[in-house]
Design a protein around this ligand. Structure first.
Ligand code: BGC
Length: 491
């Protein structure tokens, strides 16, 4: 018997997202900002994106049942994390569906009230074939004994809300500005209510927003501008973080209001937010400027969004001090758990150029064992961030993503077991209530702006036949998940 056990009822799963995994065989989901973004010739020419298309993806939309069976039988999972594609559900605008929107004295959306009639109108606008198809996917998961965790927003949003090319080329003139406008929050509330109403009998575990920080950083802060809309402006970065934090709140409220059906001990609706929490440290701890940059980045990237979600603290000038005018406790709506996506440690280095500190840092190359992305393998960081998140915000934790870019399959098994060893210590020694672990990702899939050269999958996928081939790590995964424990000896 192993003495390194996970708690009873622990959820074991692999995670996927709709845009990355669904396409490849059938009809494309071509009505989103991400679709427009990765197919835009200028973006391809300047290498913001790879030029690969999600059309060559693993085809989960058709092959879902086989993948669910695989997750159950070959990986020993009892859960799966997937996302719903907003653009598939609402290819047409929902803006004219009436809702009572309350705002605060600053014009921030505080509440979106919908009634049955509005839900009926949303149904009239939705692509009900897509709704039925998602219901089949969720039912398939459940028939294989997998509790689904459904993410409402894992990045693409309908083009009628965000035209990323117009925003990239001239933000002032652009009509549909995505998360920069609070109208998007209102529409997100409608979509969330609709999903909870239509699929609540199949879902008990929801994630609202996946990684506000990555969307904001890669869309509005990085020089490469690889995510829609590819801008480079700290004030837009903070604004996007603010609106995504609020989007969590409205979605939380809607799901709680509209999903009343309990289908598991988690039901009717356990609703959390997914944050990407990484380990950060100064590249040269002896240099005060690196230490200061590292502290700022850790605060902006790990804390900012959670401080907003849990405390209503919106540090708009990013000075790490919350002024009374930045406190909006009425925007706090609740959050039942924290989803932690953890991959690596970043070594933060000051560029030493002065100016806006959010533009004056870079990441130094990782050291030691590096993934194909150049990310350092640093398992202890997982324990560190789950400990930190729990101590600070006092909510149960699910590790909603953790994985490694590893085309040659040289690191994955050790990466997996090393991180699970640290997670088990966090649970047993540090008493952190971790409720589940989802590996990123089930099958190789479309890695956003980097396309198919990056391989995170527990299964490789043949681009032509869509055949799945297991990586070596599935053996270790199955042994751990099916026994709910780590073996006595290291694998
Ligand atoms: C995202 C995934 C992505 C993964 C690896 C996370 O930031 O949620 O969609 O594929 O990291 O880069």
């Amino acid at each position: 018997m192993s003495d390194r056990v996970f708690p009873e009822g622990f959820l074991w799963g692999a995670a996927i997202s709709s845009f990355q995994a669904e396409m490849g065989l059938g009809k494309p989901s071509d009505g989103t900002d991400w679709w427009a973004w990765v197919h835009d010739q200028t973006n391809i020419d300047v290498k913001r994106v790879s030029g690969d298309t999600p059309l060559n993806g693993p085809g989960f939309w058709e092959l879902y049942d086989e993948d669910m069976r695989r997750a159950k039988e070959e990986l020993g999972c009892n859960s799966v994390r997937l996302s719903i594609d907003w653009g598939r559900i609402f290819p047409e605008p929902t803006t004219l569906v009436e809702a009572k929107v309350s705002k605060d004295h600053l014009g921030n959306v505080v509440d979106v009230e919908l009634d049955r009639k509005a839900l009926g109108r949303l149904k009239g606008l939705a692509d009900m074939d897509a709704v039925r198809h998602y219901r089949e996917i969720l039912a398939s998961a459940r028939s294989h004994g997998l509790t689904p965790m459904a993410t409402l927003y894992h990045w693409p949003i309908p083009l009628w809300l965000h035209d990323p090319i117009a925003c990239r080329d001239n933000l002032d003139e652009a009509e549909h500005r995505g998360w920069l406008d609070q109208g998007t929050i209102v529409e997100f509330a409608k979509y969330s209510a609709f999903i909870a109403d239509q699929m609540g009998d199949l879902i008990d575990l929801y994630a609202t927003v996946n990684e506000a920080r990555i969307v904001a950083e890669h869309g509005y802060l990085t020089e490469r501008g690889e995510f829609p809309p590819g801008l480079n402006d700290p004030s837009l970065f903070v604004r996007c973080m603010k609106h995504l934090s609020m989007a969590h709140g409205v979605a939380y409220q809607q799901v709680k209001r509209w999903d009343k059906e309990k289908t598991s001990p988690l039901g009717p609706a356990t609703v959390g937010v997914v944050a990407v929490l990484q380990a950060f440290e100064p590249d040269d701890p002896k240099k005060p400027e690196d230490a200061a940059a590292s502290r700022l980045v850790e605060y902006m990237f790990n804390e900012w969004n959670l401080n907003a979600v849990f405390h209503g603290d919106y540090d708009m000038n990013a000075d790490m001090v919350i002024q009374p005018a930045e406190q909006h406790p009425w925007l706090v709506k609740g959050c039942d758990y924290i989803g932690v996506n953890y991959y690596t440690k970043w070594r933060v280095k000051s560029k030493g150029r002065g100016g806006d500190p959010l533009l004056d840092f870079e990441f130094a190359p990782g050291r030691g064992q590096l993934s194909d992305y150049g990310w350092e393998t640093y398992p202890w960081g997982l324990r560190k961030v789950v400990d930190w998140a729990y101590r600070r915000y006092r909510r149960p934790i699910y590790v909603t993503e953790n994985g490694v870019a590893d085309a040659e399959d040289r690191l994955r098994t050790r990466y997996l077991t090393g991180h699970l060893e640290e997670l088990q210590k966090a649970i047993e020694q540090d008493q952190v209530p971790v409720k589940g672990y989802y590996h990123w990702t089930l099958t190789d899939s479309f890695e956003w702006s980097d396309g198919y050269k990056i391989h995170f999958g527990l299964y490789r996928v043949d681009p032509e036949t869509k055949e799945r081939t297991p990586t070596k790590a599935i053996q270790a995964f199955k042994m751990i998940a099916s026994t709910n424990s780590l073996p006595s000896k290291n694998l």
